[in-house]
Design a protein around this ligand. Sequence first.
Ligand SMILES: CC(C)(COP(=O)(O)OP(=O)(O)OC[C@H]1O[C@@H](n2cnc3c(N)ncnc32)[C@H](O)[C@@H]1OP(=O)(O)O)[C@@H](O)C(=O)NCCC(=O)NCCS
Length: 157
Amino acid sequence: MLCLKEGNRMNEEITLRPATMNDAEMLLEWRNDPETRKASHNTDEVQLDDHISWLSLTLSNPNRKLYVAEENGSPVGTARADFSDNVWELSWTVSPKARGCGVGKRMVAALAKQISEPIRAEVKQGNISSARIAEHAGMEFERETEGVLHFKRAALE
Ligand SMILES: CC(C)(COP(=O)(O)OP(=O)(O)OC[C@H]1O[C@@H](n2cnc3c(N)ncnc32)[C@H](O)[C@@H]1OP(=O)(O)O)[C@@H](O)C(=O)NCCC(=O)NCCS
């Protein structure tokens, strides 16, 4: 994938579509990428069988929404929203090939915009790009606990 980091692609539209079982292999590849593992709460490599079970449960869970972000019809990232205690917790991964091109910012902002309830996100300290992504999506830094930064946005009017 060609990324013109000077900014030409920064305004390309990102669309979000619900993930399906057909995305399993791609999502596993992104999940097991070393940078994604480093940024995750659980840093273990995920095995295919476990991933298939997780994805199948995820797709049938009404309190979880999993999206694939596309740019010009190509998948460039994934974002998840988990609902509990009246707040959606957002998490995200950009395809290793599409990083550094503004995909994370546009993808998470697009997801945040379509959720009217409060949203939050947890970002490991040192993950500067993700802290910027959370802020760009309208969340504010709340507190840091044990190396994790907590971001939150109130419900939309
Ligand atoms: C972290 C991650 C989501 C960033 O996605 P991305 O599409 O590359 O990020 P963006 O291009 O939208 O950039 C977001 C911000 O980080 C900055 N940034 C991007 N790459 C950077 C880098 N390598 N070093 C420092 N800053 C960087 C951008 O300039 C931008 O900041 P700005 O608002 O000041 O312009 C992506 O690298 C990834 O998926 N990493 C592994 C998984 C992960 O960390 N998930 C998030 C868990 S909370």
